[in-house]
Design a protein around this ligand. Structure first.
Ligand SMILES: *Cc1c(COP(=O)(O)O)cnc(C)c1O
Length: 228
């Protein structure tokens, strides 16, 4: 617990430093702690340390963990992994934000999975910044059409874009591209101001390029246990 608190404080200082270096206000940034492969008890410890935003990337693990943790006032779960359309209801039931919306069919499935009384679901459009179509995310050329399609669905709210930096390119260049793509989405959805970018290895570059939501795992949680 002490170690976890130390790691969290250290990362928050580094985030604040990177924000100041980029002449940005650290309070504009949402730091999401990615808890994948860690037990529900880690989410509870983080909550005790004041963390209110946590991220998961596998639907089954996410649903199980969210049920185990139960209702904690103000806790927001961010779903950041590849999503199958037939799991849309399960994702919607537990997520406050879905960062990985990358195709119209998934938007339609998430919208159709809405039940009476559900809040509008915040979604980010995941962009593929690589040349490999097998990676998650919509191709940049198809991003504006996906934004328009999703914005027309009543139970979803397009908040912005999300991406993972490619391995074979400096992250700063990739995140600058993402920033321009975020502008293209804002031409379709003017208040879609969120940019989810930056992980343990590249959050400073993401902050410099305008990220608003950082997804940080191992630097805070420690090494991930073997996936089970
Ligand atoms: C695991 C994961 C992260 C966090 O990665 P770290 O390198 O541990 O900070 C961020 N985003 C996505 C989509 C992930 O799957």
């Amino acid at each position: 617990m002490g170690d976890l608190a130390d790691r969290l404080a250290t990362i928050d200082e580094r985030i604040a430093d990177a924000a100041r270096a980029a002449r940005r206000d650290p309070s504009e940034l949402t730091r999401i702690v990615v808890t994948k492969f860690h037990p529900a008890s880690l989410v509870e410890e983080l909550y005790g340390l004041g963390v209110r935003d946590v991220g998961e990337n596998r639907q089954q693990e996410f649903s199980r963990k969210a049920a185990e943790v139960g209702a904690l006032a103000g806790l927001r779960w961010h779903f950041i992994g590849q999503a199958q359309t037939n799991k849309a209801r399960a994702i919607r039931a537990a997520a406050s934000v879905v960062h990985s919306l990358d195709r119209s069919r998934l938007a339609d499935a998430l919208d159709a999975a809405s039940e009476p009384g559900d809040a509008v679901l915040d979604v980010l459009l995941q962009v593929n910044l690589t040349d490999d179509p097998g990676r998650g995310g919509v191709a940049p050329d198809d991003l504006e059409a996906l934004a328009a399609h999703t914005a027309a669905l009543p139970s979803l709210r397009v908040r912005g874009v999300m991406a993972v930096a490619p391995l074979d390119e400096p992250p700063a260049a990739a995140f600058e591209r993402l920033n321009r793509l975020a502008g293209a989405v804002r031409a379709v959805v003017p208040d879609a101001e969120w940019i989810s970018a930056g992980m343990t290895a590249d959050f400073a570059e993401a902050i410099a390029a305008g990220a608003t939501h950082l997804r940080i795992g191992s630097a805070i949680t420690g090494p991930r246990p073997e996936r089970g």
